[in-house]
Design a protein around this ligand. Sequence first.
Ligand SMILES: N[C@@H](CCC(=O)N[C@@H](CS)C(=O)NCC(=O)O)C(=O)O
Length: 206
Amino acid sequence: MLKLYDRELSGNAYKARLLLALLDVPYQRIPVAMKEGRNLVDSAYAGLNPRGQIPTLVDGEDVLWGSTAILCYLALRHDPAGSWLPRDPLPMGRVMQWLELAQNEILGGLFRARGIVKFGLPGDLPAAQATAVSALEVLESRLRGDRWLAGPEPTIADIACFPYVALAWEGGVEIASYAGVRRWVGDVQSLPGFVGMPGIEGQSVG
Ligand SMILES: N[C@@H](CCC(=O)N[C@@H](CS)C(=O)NCC(=O)O)C(=O)O
């Protein structure tokens, strides 16, 4: 069975949990404890993930770290229809550009602001919140006219961008003025099989 090293409050690990739930793939959760903002990493875990971060996915002998890699792997492995990660060049490229936003402005802005406000991590809150707003504006430019980020159907682009947008309030960032983003958050929460996490409504994975 797949093993996911994660933590309940991690939005990056939640991306993996959410896609696993939507694909109805069974897996085992292995919680990684945190102390003073960093994971408690022993040599066994460092051997799995040289960055010492979560999430990490173990599939038999194979190990993958980082939410982007895990989302791509799960979609290719467990969604033969290819709707969560289209195989054609242009639709796939359109997914990838939103994965880039997720790892740049969303992590540098929404993720960082939440880390400072909710977990007391060091950082420049106004700078993080300004980056968060720039991420929301890019998302709104797409979502005010289109239902999903990368095409006519939901893809891993939506999963990668969703958690830290839905948790924006925990970093002191408002999404109220972004009508397209607010509608999209609700649409993701309405997907069959959706699960939430603390701070995001929906049944949490226990
Ligand atoms: N780019 C990575 C970021 C992973 C990340 O920042 N993980 C956080 C939890 S959400 C973490 O492990 N923080 C504790 C640490 O770095 O020790 C991803 O998307 O998976």
